[in-house]
Design a protein. Structure first.
Ligand code: HEC
Length: 188
């Protein structure tokens, strides 16, 4: 083919004297275009009107996966069992980081003028494992420790277990406050 040979025919129209060649889109491109139009019809019917997963379904499935639905009771046996449940403690760690660490420090060692050290054997309001639940659920009147109303019951039981878990390993932080609880944290 010589360089000045015209392959595509000129189209008849002319705009301000400018003409264009009839230069069609590549066949593969047109195929993809039509294929996507044909594909979208059954796809739309399946996703929106049959059992296909919409973005909303996927969102709800993810939320359900991350929402505790355990129907936990706030008794000592449940708290002890959760205290040693590595998988659940991971969830608890996230909740502690977002709802508690501002006052109690991420490692639970306490923050001057905010929340006490939760890793020592001294407690101001706690004598038993279930007291942990009560403090989290009801707060301590007249202090910055307010009832944790944004947590579900399951989450509050889990956080009681997490605090019990924190208390198994002392961390240097705020000095002890309150009474020493001798049976802590091996209490059953
Ligand atoms: C706004 C600050 C703040 C936040 C947020 C907070 N706490 Fe507290 N927390 C306190 C204070 C202050 C006390 C001490 C109350 C007192 O003086 O008796 C306390 C006490 C406690 C106690 C009892 C400690 C004891 O010695 O009796 C526990 C358990 C506890 N918090 C757990 C939690 C958990 C779990 C969360 C998150 C779900 C949380 N707190 C969020 C400020 C906070």
């Amino acid at each position: 083919m010589s360089s000045n040979e015209i392959r595509d025919p000129l189209l008849e129209h002319s705009y301000d004297g400018i003409q264009e060649y009839d230069n069609p889109l590549p066949g593969w491109w047109v195929m993809v275009f039509w294929a996507s139009i044909i594909f979208c019809v059954p796809y739309t019917i399946y996703v929106h009107f049959m059992d296909g997963n919409t973005v909303l379904d996927a969102y709800e499935a993810d939320m359900a996966e991350n929402t505790l639905n355990l129907n936990l009771t706030a008794d000592a046996a449940t708290i002890i069992a959760l205290r040693d449940d590595v998988e659940k403690l991971e969830i608890a760690e996230g909740i502690f980081a977002s709802k508690c660490s501002a006052c109690h420090k991420p490692d639970g060692s306490g923050q001057q003028g905010l929340g006490p050290n939760l890793t020592d054997k001294h407690w101001k309001n706690v004598k038993s494992l279930t007291d942990l639940y009560d403090v989290i659920s009801d707060g301590v009147t007249g202090t910055a420790m307010t009832p944790q109303t944004t947590l579900s019951r399951d989450e509050k039981v889990l956080m009681a277990a997490y605090v019990a878990h924190l208390a198994t390993e002392f961390k240097e932080g705020l000095p002890p406050e309150g009474e020493e609880v001798a049976t802590w944290p091996s209490e059953k």
